[in-house]
Design a protein around this ligand. Structure first.
Ligand code: ADP
Ligand code: MG
Length: 687
């Protein structure tokens, strides 16, 4: 499908006159007389007093009021505390840490730092304020279950209800009892400093946190927000990307500057796609008297130097168009936005307990989310929000609140973590929302299948190693087997690192001729290995990347991930020993057997990701689930089938399932021999 910009096409929007924007609390006449002080600054004394008096405080406030950037600074500067502030998203953690280090005039990585997976810019000695992803703070519990480093933990963006945030709140609830405000009194011989917890959240969900912490105090930071006019489409739009494009131009050609546009999209692929189209059109507009657009994408994987672009003030001669994932919903505040375009979708990962499969899919947002998004248009003055859906849909089809991640995800790694922290009964562990019983049993079953738990449900030696490993337990199993059984740790490590970055590997994946790259390769896994090796052989050169349509920045990220995983394995000398016992007898010299060893290793780590072709030619999981899957068109196997006209492979191992019009299997390898399944996972694959 080619998206075109056609000046004649317009989308009819209808303004919503009844209920403009319940959140607005500033009247129109105060627009323009903007006061530059952040709302939280006025509240500082009351806020600090409330923090002093309460072990748990829930801070609620409008996005942009200063919770994330200011509040931790107060704690560090006025109270001399060591503080960790969690963020659900990597980009938020890094960009906020950078901003705060600038505000405090210190070097990033010293007094103020961040820790995200595969990237640690903090210093054990000097860092007093650390922004950290919620997942990484969870890992800190493993090293120090009392979090003795910190005086105060701030769980930010708690309303997002990520799995890690929910588990952290449970662990902290217990920990706070061990480190009460009264210090060492009544605590036997242990002299523990008090620990405080601040939960910061958008308004949705806030009272639930208070209940969870036995009626903890809510502190409201009154924000300012200008009214936002909401507009809906008259009809549902079949193709929201096209509708977004048209809407951008409707605004751009009819509305004066300044007034930047913020567009909510579901992921990197959509953002980059729209970005390239807009850049194209921008070039064509050059000779007209139309103001040029400054197009700035923002998503999780965007290199840090480009992330900074969204915060730069827009030159008066331009209009900024920010293409964002829902990171811009509450995590990052971008000044100058006057128009929001919201198709009302979000991409989430869901786990299907019946089958053990996880899939990525694009689903409608909740009402709470689309209201948050609309609010982004009202920070600098009155704004407008264009919703690419109907008012009827808003009122009748959207859920009230987003579903917490814990109710829809694979909880295997959390089970492992809690068990290794000594939680005996998972059902007793305090949680805001409990996972369902099928979720829990599938999670346990999964761990048993991987060898992380034994048949008595106890954590095994392998389980402890899995828990310690910075990726999903499945990957550790793959590496362990690759080392132990075959001595092919290195190439498998490369593929594991590459699999973390396949979404952004190619410059233009849709129109790429992958088949011609390495003529003898069929499997995507082997393609990834070959790409990495070729890149290394070409001295990691940028020009090699350009010629081969590979994103050089992505390869640098892969190299970084690979290095860290390699270091991890080296420190776990037993993995290295297992690998080295194969000595020079490795299969490395024979490419065919190398491939089979690699595939076998992946089977043992991802037994749930096996698709077997049925009589009707459709792929299904072995346990007769009703879900049919097809190869993703970007899979090298699909390319080969098209060009070489091969018969389909009977068994496929896929890495990811993506639900769009169908269930697509992404990053796939053929399983050439059926007996490999039984050989690698006899508990699971029976004949
Ligand atoms: P909250 O957490 O309450 O949503 P923040 O602390 O994130 O609020 O933001 C407070 C203010 O700081 C906002 O006006 C925002 O625009 C500004 N800000 C935050 N990060 C940056 C940045 N990297 N560059 C410029 N301004 C920023
Ligand atoms: Mg914030």
């Amino acid at each position: 499908y080619e998206y075109v910009f056609d000046k004649e096409t317009v989308i009819d929007f209808t303004p919503d006159n009844e209920n403009v924007d319940p959140g607005a609390n500033v009247s129109d006449d105060s627009a323009g007389k903007q006061d530059l002080e952040l709302p939280i600054t006025k509240m500082k004394p009351q806020l600090l007093e409330a923090i002093d008096k309460n072990q748990v405080l829930i801070v609620v406030g409008e996005t942009g009021s200063g919770k994330t950037t200011q509040l931790p600074q107060y704690l560090v500067l006025d109270r001399n505390w060591k503080v960790a502030c969690t963020q659900p998203r990597r980009v938020a953690a890094t960009s906020v840490a950078k901003r705060v280090s600038e505000e405090m005039n210190v070097e990033l990585g010293q007094e103020v730092g961040y820790t995200i997976r595969f990237d640690d810019k903090s210093n054990e000695q000097t860092t007093v304020l650390k922004y950290v992803t919620d997942g990484m703070l969870l890992r800190e519990f493993l090293a120090d279950s009392k979090l003795l480093k910190y005086d105060c933990i701030m769980i930010d963006e708690a309303h997002e209800r990520t799995l890690s945030t929910d588990v952290l709140l449970g662990l902290l609830k217990e920990l706070l009892k061990i480190r009460p405000l009264t210090g060492d009194k009544g605590n036997g011989d242990e002299q523990l400093r008090p620990l405080r917890l601040i939960i910061s959240s958008a308004t949705m969900n806030a009272s639930k946190f208070s209940e969870f912490f036995d009626g903890a105090r809510l502190f409201n930071v009154p924000g300012r927000r200008f009214p936002v006019d909401i507009h809906y489409t008259l009809q549902p739009e079949a193709n929201y990307i096209q509708a977004v494009l048209t809407t951008i131009f409707q605004i751009h050609l009819s509305q004066p500057v300044p007034g930047d546009i913020l567009v909510f999209l579901t992921g990197q692929d959509e953002i980059e796609y729209l970005n390239s189209i807009l850049q194209d059109i921008n070039c064509k507009l050059q000779d007209t008297n139309c103001i040029p657009m400054l197009i700035t994408p923002i998503y999780g994987n965007l290199p840090q130097d480009q992330q900074a672009e969204i915060f730069k003030p827009t030159p008066a001669t331009h209009r900024k168009v920010v293409l964002a994932t829902n990171i811009a919903e509450t995590s990052l505040t971008i000044n100058g936005i006057k128009y929001v375009i919201d198709p009302g979708f979000v991409k989430i990962k869901t786990f299907i307990p019946q089958t053990g499969m996880s899939q990525l899919s694009t689903v409608p947002c909740s009402k709470a989310s689309v209201d948050q998004r609309a609010g982004r248009a009202g920070r600098v003055g009155p704004g407008k929000c264009f919703r690419i859906f109907t008012k009827w849909s808003y009122e009748h089809e959207l859920e009230l609140l987003p579903q917490p991640e814990i109710s829809r995800t694979n909880i295997s790694s959390v089970i492992l973590l809690l068990m290794s922290l000594g939680v005996k009964n998972l059902l007793d562990f305090p949680l805001l929302d409990r996972p369902s019983i099928p979720q829990l049993s599938k999670g346990l079953e999964n761990l048993y299948l991987l060898g992380g738990l034994n048949s008595k449900g106890q954590i095994t030696h392998l389980g402890y190693i899995m828990n310690d490993f910075p990726c999903e337990p499945n990957f550790l199993k793959v590496l362990y087997v690759a080392a132990d059984k075959f001595g092919v740790l290195e190439p498998v490590l490369t593929i594991v690192a590459m699999l973390h970055e396949t979404q952004a590997l190619f410059s233009n994946e849709k129109n790429l001729d992958k088949a011609s790259m390495f003529p003898n390769v069929v499997s995507d896994h082997m393609l990834l290995l070959n790409i990495y090796n070729a890149w290394k052989e070409n001295n990691c050169s940028k020009s090699w990347c350009v010629v081969n349509k590979i994103q050089s920045k992505t390869m640098s990220r892969v190299e970084n991930i690979r290095k860290q995983l390699w270091r991890y394995c080296k420190n776990r000398s037993e993995i290295m020993d297992l690998n080295n016992k194969h000595g020079n007898n490795t299969v490395g010299s024979s490419p065919i057997s190398l491939e089979s060893c690699i595939i076998k290793s992946f089977i043992s780590g991802f037994p749930n990701n096996i698709a077997i072709i049925g009589r009707n030619g459709q792929y299904k999981q072995q346990n007769n689930s009703n879900i049919s899957m097809v190869l993703h068109p970007t899979s090298l196997i699909s390319c080969r089938m098209k060009t070489a006209g091969m018969k389909p492979y009977k068994i496929i191992l896929y890495h990811q399932l993506i639900m769009t019009s169908k269930e697509f299997m992404r990053d796939c390898t053929p399983v050439y021999k059926e007996e490999w399944l039984k050989e690698m996972v006899p508990q699971f694959f029976v004949s």
